[in-house]
Design a protein around this ligand. Structure first.
Ligand code: NZQ
Ligand code: ZN
Length: 391
């Protein structure tokens, strides 16, 4: 196991109706004026937004609203949010929504207390300071409710980049699985795929002797395989939604990523797709991840065979473990098909002729040094070949 530090100070509130206590939590964590940030129409339609406002009003906490966050959130609204927070002396940002709303909230929270351009953080500057952020999560997917990360699309060129830092860990996150019952099946499946991808990005590692995190990841993957199928069959199943919601948090707050090298090249390749074609992040990962697996598995056949046997239940072929490794990748592809995810670039609206451009930006865009991936280092030519496997 490698050396690490781990600091995860988020206060989690999990369960039915907990969003009605949000005013109390804002107060408890020092907020006196709130930016209430949300997405399109789902939070208003379900009545969630009214419940949140009532709770803030009951606790006498004034708020300013900023809705309209789009999936794959954009820089324009972030600048608007920063401006509002500064002019109106906001001291707490409350995100009501999914990863996109939370990421936009994080960008606003950091940008408000920073003198330079908030985009500096998305070009590598660590986020040390931000306004406190609270979240009410409405989709189990990105894990932003517990992560120190945020991903924003810069409208000036349409490229998507991540920023990171302890200042981005939410102060509190309210996770009520009931809120995810209004999700369309496709969005639920995108979330399931993203959660599994966060686990795989960590599982495929060059670090040795990482039994504890290996086993945690395998446990979470087994949960996702089982509960994912159950929730697609029974969208109102509270227990399945609850298990997925907590797995989504665990998959990405890095408790199972510490002490090990992680990969993340599939996320880098996917971010190019959702930035340009505006597809859902999870759907993009469903196309990218199996292709990446097929391209790299020979670098560590035993690790692929291990996950195939422990998670997908494939029988271990000791005389030729490559058979087991390949069977595991196939099982993952079958699973994605079962939950209704796409498998080709075309289904995402992506064009084959764009591949060289996608690969170039993935490797060199915005200050990258020409190589991505921690498990297997991929150069531009490798990335081209991986995108070609998705055609
Ligand atoms: O805008 P509304 O109307 O709310 O609709 C949203 C949106 O269209 C809808 N939705 C959310 N909750 C709902 C609901 N519809 C009905 N009922 C509900 N309860 O779902 C759509 C997708 O929402 P979004 O927030 O975009 O989904 P997700 O949580 O998957 O977030 C995706 C973003 O997170 C980034 C992705 O790149 C992408 O931009 N990521 C962030 C990470 C992080 N901060 O740590 C890590 C991830 O790897 C990921 O890259
Ligand atoms: Zn992701």
């Amino acid at each position: 196991m490698d050396n690490f530090t781990f600091y995860s100070p988020t206060y989690f509130v999990f369960g039915k109706k907990e969003e009605t206590n949000v005013g109390h939590y804002v107060k408890r964590f020092g907020g006196s004026k709130v930016l209430l940030h949300y997405g399109g129409t789902s939070a208003a339609r379900s009545g969630l937004l009214d419940r949140v406002k009532s709770s803030l009003e009951e606790c006498s906490i004034p708020y300013v609203e900023l809705g309209g966050v789009k999936p794959n959130p954009r820089s324009g609204l972030v600048y608007e949010g920063i401006d509002i927070c500064r002019k109106q002396n906001v001291d707490f940002v409350l995100a009501v929504g999914g990863g996109s709303v939370i990421d936009s909230s994080k960008a606003i929270a950091a940008g408000t207390v920073y003198e330079g351009d908030f985009w500096d953080f998305y070009q590598g500057k660590k986020v040390e300071k931000a306004l406190p952020i609270g979240t009410i999560l409405t989709i189990a997917a990105a894990g932003s409710e517990g992560s120190p990360d945020s991903v924003i699309t810069n409208e000036n060129g349409m490229y998507k980049r991540g920023a990171s830092g302890e200042g981005f860990r939410p102060t509190f996150s309210i996770l009520n699985p009931e809120l995810t019952q209004t999700l369309p099946a496709y969005q639920t499946a995108c979330g399931i795929t993203d959660i599994m991808a966060h686990l795989f990005e960590r599982y495929f590692t060059t670090s040795k002797e990482v039994e504890v995190t290996d086993r945690m990841i395998e446990g979470l993957l087994l949960t996702m395989v089982h509960e994912g199928l159950r929730v697609i069959e029974e969208p109102d199943n509270y227990q399945a939604r609850a298990n997925i919601m907590w797995a989504g948090m665990m998959a990405h707050n890095n408790s199972c990523g510490v002490g090990r090298v992680q990969d993340w090249s599939s996320h880098d390749m996917e971010h190019e797709l959702s930035a340009i074609y505006d597809c859902a992040h999870g759907a993009g990962l469903a196309v990218v991840f199996p292709a990446w697996m097929k391209y790299v598995y020979k670098n560590d056949v035993m690790r692929f065979a291990q996950v195939a046997s422990r998670v997908w239940g494939c029988s271990m072929d000791f005389s030729n473990p490559e058979n087991t490794a390949v069977a595991g990748i196939r099982a993952f592809e079958d699973y994605l098909k079962k939950i209704g995810m796409p498998s080709t670039l075309r289904e995402l609206g992506a064009k084959e002729e764009d591949i060289p451009k996608l690969a170039h930006t993935a490797c060199f865009g915005d200050g990258r040094n020409g190589q991505i991936g921690g498990f297997v280092g991929l150069k531009e030519q490798d990335v081209i070949k991986i995108y070609q496997l998705m055609v």
